[in-house]
Ligand binder design. Sequence first.
Ligand code: KIV
Length: 274
Amino acid sequence: MEEKVTTLTLRKFKKEGRKIVALTAYDFPTAKILDNCGIDMILVGDSLGMVVLGYQSTIPVTMEDMIHHTKAVSRAVNRAFVVADMPFMSYHISKEQTMANAARLIAEGGAHAVKLEGGEEIASIVKTIVDAGIPVVGHLGLTPQSVHQLGGYKVQGKEKEKAKKIFNDAKVLEQAGICALVLESIPMELAKNIAENISVPTIGIGAGPYCDGQILVTHDMLGITQGHRPKFVKQYADIEKIMIEGINAYIKEVQQGLFPDEEHSFTLEKRENK
Ligand code: KIV
């Protein structure tokens, strides 16, 4: 069996220039497929709210949602590094509540690390979690839990001052002890500058090719997500099309009485005539 990916492996990959490959998962079968394919990092993202639970944003996602889905993913994974998102307001109310929530994602959920959105303003709580022995992944740039403050899902850090703030936040989070940093929807020049100037691996999503690794939302890249797809998403498969074809074939066969046939039915045991 291949060695498990740990915080040390991620650092080693950065040092060696070996790109870290990450995707999201929210359930057992998807996590199993990703792990078997050799994905290095699996994020149980709060994107769960939008791609699986049907919310308009990640804001309604609760701790209970995250623990439920993190448990399912952890049960499936043998090799990958599993990261669970701390949901909206689960790390802002008090230090005690933050610590209890981070601990639940590790102890009950089975995650190897937690991910928090934000920079300097959350650095002290990041340090407290890290000091308690829980690895933390940072998240800068477009931070979806702040969508109302940001005024929409827009590229961040295009202006010099804003880019400077994101760069400074990355340095502050590095000092606070993060083990990796997600950079979402920022100019590639800024992502390159951060990747070259911090010791922890950067994982980009809409941040260009210079990060130490890449992550996408699995439902987006496999063509399961319906509706708007951001510019940075490359679609590698059309699962929606495959599902529609299969479901339509089933509807037709049931309506025509072709399914179930003998092959998919049971018969009474045949009695021997004595
Ligand atoms: O929730 C999520 O899936 C994320 C990724 C977009 C990085 O945070």
